[in-house]
Every structure is written in structure tokens, then in C-alpha cells.
Design a binder for this molecule. Structure first.
Ligand code: PLP
Length: 370
């Protein structure tokens, strides 16, 4: 494709079959576990047309070559498997709880060592990365909404010889391209904004380094956490409208952040789009938008926060994020959530509904049971 197309055009047109007479406009899933001998495909664990189309699209957006996985955690596990036995990874204090729990499990068995740092504290992260094998970045972080200085951390990580990974799930490939900011590998839970309709589990990694790509491909083949053809096809179908979905969800999020901040029950709103948010300047420098996730607190009231989550009628009280339907949850209801996440923090995944309807429902939930 033409290299200077806007990402919102690339997301629509990348990964399509060649335009020859009678060709379909988009790739279809092929439901076959094996292929007739003599070609390069061989077996369903090694490749699939629906993966290839999705991978070409994600690769074009992020500026590298993609590999899709059965889930975001499968993608994360394949990357963590790159760390040599006994090696050390520097990871954020706050990040997706499943990734942090996996690192803790592997540290407990002696497979690797983990050092956790406040990823927004660039000096602390740069110091910790000296001698490390991997630097795991997430930005903005789930669910604390901290913003890491990706260019500075990537430069320090690479200078230290560490593989620099960025979990780009919250930002999406449309708002942030970590490879272009110096990272070695990008990871996505494509379950979220990329697929976008809360109907599929899927993960992806993207890298511009061919050796790294081969090492990750080897792990996908041998660890076997491959996506199904139908899941890959659904994710690509969802991805085609990401630019439109994000535009609406993001403007809804900015509107709700302001409304929440003005509400007397809310003690803190965490959204990098707010000009006085601690991550605002960094996010403005490295992202082309502030995204559609935000979090707020009620000032120490876990029971009250739980009640808010249980009082919405339009917002879905559920975990996960990035779907067209708005969702909320109190993250600490999960035992594996990091204990320094406030008990009363509510994470909002803002969808594409009308902003007035979203606020009316949130406001009645906030006012319920005071
Ligand atoms: C959901 C999520 C994951 C895990 O992805 P799954 O598709 O649920 O396995 C990883 N990182 C972040 C930031 C997430 O939100």
C-alpha cells in the first residue's frame, strides 16, 4: 500500500486479497486443520489465511510484522518465554493484573526475577533496567492510567541490552505506535478495542526485528496458543471500524471525564486527556489521542463504589473493555488486582453510545444510595 496513507485509511484497506477479477473483497476464514502436502502452509498451527490478513493489517498499522495468538495472555506468555532462565524483567508496579500475576508465578518457581517500578517514574525505571533482560512497559496502565515516557524508556532499555515490550492495548495501534517510539515489540489484547465487540478473545504481537519475529513464531508453534480462524476473522472485521469507534468513544470519554470531575461524590478522575492529569503532557507527545478508558475514585469508599457499579442500567457491570458498549467495574473486586490500586477505583471503558445517555445513567448510579 501507499506508505503515506493515514492510519484510519490503512485500517480499512490493509490485509485485503489482490484486486483481480472475481477476487473477494476481504479474506474469508478457512476451516481446515491441515493442508494438502507440497505447499508452504502444512498444518493449521503454522498458519491460516484469516490470521495472515489480520497480521498484515496490524503490521501495517504498527510498522512491523505481526503474529496473532489465542488471547492477549497467550501473546504475553510467548514474550515472557523469551526471557532466559534465571533472567530478570523490569515490570510496572501497576499494569494488567494477569501479566503481573504470570510474572509473579514464574518468579515464585525461580524461572525468572521481577523488579517492579513505577513506570511513570522514568529515573527509577532507567536505573532498574541496567542488566535486565526485558523491560515490560504498559502505557497508559491498566487501571491506574499512568503514562510512561516510551521514547526515554525504550532508549534506556535497548542501551542496556533488554528487549523492550510495550503492551499497547489501551492506546490501540491508531493512537500510539511504540515501535516508532523505539520499542522492540508491541503486544495487544486484541480482545479489547481491536476486535471491539466483546465477542472474541485474541492477542497479537508486532515487531520489526526479524530474529525476534522468528523467536516468537517458534513459541507460537511450540506452545500452541494459536487463534481459531473464526476469531481472527471476527477481529479483523471489528478492526476495520476502529477509527470510527475510537473517535466517538474517545470524545465520549473526554466529556465524561469533565462531568465526573464536577460531581461532588468524585474525589479523583484519572484520564490523560484532562490538562492537569499527571500523564497529560507525555500522552500528548507520544499519542495522537487520549483513548476511551478512564478511572475515578470516590475517596476511599469501596462499598459505595461497588454500589455505583451495581446501580447502572445502561453501563454494563462487567470486566473487560474496548467494546462498543460502555462497561464499568471496581477493579479491586478481583483478588489478583494489585493492592496499591485504590479499593474504590472504578474503571470505565467508554463505548459509542450517545454521551448524554451515558452521563445520565452514570449520574443516577452515583446518586443512588448516598
Ligand atoms: C485484557 C488485557 C490483557 C489480557 O488479554 P486477554 O485477551 O484477556 O488475554 C493484557 N493487557 C491488557 C492491558 C489488557 O487490558
Amino acid at each position: 500500500m501507499t506508505p503515506d496513507l493515514d492510519p484510519s485509511t490503512v485500517v480499512v484497506h490493509a490485509g485485503r486479497p489482490e484486486r483481480v477479477p472475481n477476487a473477494p473483497v476481504g479474506e474469508s476464514p478457512v476451516f481446515s486443520s491441515t493442508y494438502v502436502a507440497g505447499g508452504d502452509r502444512g498444518y493449521g498451527r503454522f498458519g491460516n489465511d484469516a490470521w495472515t490478513a489480520l497480521e498484515e493489517t496490524l503490521g501495517a498499522l504498527e510498522g512491523g510484522r505481526a503474529l496473532t495468538f489465542a488471547s492477549g495472555m497467550a501473546a504475553a506468555a510467548a514474550l515472557i518465554d523469551l526471557i532466559p532462565v534465571g533472567g530478570r524483567v523490569v515490570a510496572p508496579q501497576h499494569a494488567y493484573s494477569g501479566v503481573l500475576a504470570l510474572l509473579d508465578q514464574q518468579a515464585a518457581t525461580g524461572r525468572l526475577k521481577v523488579d517492579r517500578v513505577d513506570i511513570a517514574d522514568t529515573d527509577a525505571a532507567v536505573q532498574a533496567v541496567d542488566g535486565a533482560d526485558m523491560l515490560w512497559i504498559e502505557s497508559p496502565t491498566n487501571p491506574a492510567m499512568e503514562v510512561a515516557d516510551i521514547p526515554a524508556l525504550a532508549a534506556a532499555g535497548r542501551a542496556a541490552g533488554a528487549t523492550v515490550v510495550v503492551d499497547n492495548t489501551f492506546a490501540t495501534p491508531l493512537l500510539q505506535q511504540p515501535l516508532r517510539l523505539g520499542a522492540d515489540v508491541v503486544m495487544h489484547s486484541a480482545t479489547k478495542f481491536i476486535a471491539g465487540h466483546s465477542d472474541v478473545l485474541l492477542g497479537a504481537v508486532v515487531t520489526a526485528d526479524d530474529d525476534l519475529w522468528s523467536a516468537i513464531d517458534l513459541r507460537r508453534r511450540s506452545l500452541g496458543a494459536v487463534p481459531g480462524p473464526m476469531e481472527a476473522w471476527l477481529a479483523l472485521r471489528g478492526l476495520r471500524t476502529l477509527a470510527l469507534r475510537l473517535e466517538r468513544a474517545q470524545s465520549n470519554a473526554a466529556f465524561l471525564a469533565e462531568r465526573l470531575r464536577a460531581h461532588p461524590r468524585v474525589s479523583r478522575v484519572r484520564y490523560p486527556g484532562l490538562p492537569d492529569d499527571p500523564g497529560h503532557d507525555r500522552a500528548a507527545a507520544q499519542m495522537s489521542g487520549f483513548g476511551a478508558i478512564l478511572a475515578f475514585e470516590l475517596g476511599g469508599d469501596a462499598t459505595g463504589a461497588q454500589k455505583v457499579c451495581e446501580s447502572t442500567k445502561l453501563w454494563v457491570h462487567a470486566t473487560s473493555l474496548g467494546g462498543v458498549e460502555s462497561m464499568l467495574e471496581r477493579r479491586r473486586r478481583w483478588p489478583i488486582e494489585v493492592p496499591t490500586i485504590p479499593e474504590d477505583l472504578i474503571r470505565l471503558s467508554v463505548g459509542i453510545e450517545h454521551p448524554d445517555d451515558l452521563w445520565a445513567d452514570l449520574e443516577q448510579a452515583l446518586n443512588a444510595g448516598i
